[in-house]
Design a protein. Sequence first.
Length: 235
Amino acid sequence: MFVREVLSSAAIVLAIGLLLFGVAGVWPPMVAVESGSMEPHMERGDLIFITEPGRFAPDAGDDSGVVTYAEGQEADYRSLGSYGSVVVYDNPNSAGPPIIHRAMFRVEAGENWYEKANPDYMSADNCEELEFCPAPYDAYITKGDNNPTYDQTSTISAPVREQWVTGVARVRIPYLGWIRLAFASTAPDPTALLQTAAPQTTPVNLPVSESGALAGDSVPTPPATAMEIQAVPAV
């Protein structure tokens, strides 16, 4: 009887996992959030259901399935509290878990994107003062909703290539992510835990929030944080 119950439970879990994978097209289909860089639209401990970018893609945007904030404003497309898509991206050149932030706008290789960026989210006066301007390749400029600057003007990430985007956030389930985070906190390997990005120490490329101070300001700004995620294997 005990073996039968165990096998029955395992079969149910497997069936639910396969169903979620079939809908999402990515594995794992759910991630747990541990930082506050996307507040108030995503909170620490939330469970986020994600899909591969092309699934359930709206008419706004292009064939990538990602709608930027700028495109969302034009088409009146909103997702998780604001315009555009919230994407999960994994920069292969950076250590640490994937990051879940909003795609703000697209840049093309060689483009002076300073002109199209919001000056409130930068601490530079021109393209030359930005590390990744002109754009080194076609990519997305991203930002945490609760951060004062773009990821690309802080230490969080280089411009996000399309192939780095592993998923698009679709549904937020409050609190359920704490279960995964509780297991992660007891894991012996500290690299399995979510970390926040280190604070900036210079007035240029200031950290990430909705009110970024410009270079030369005497008022200190809060440290940039990246909303990194813990993968949730199934249900």
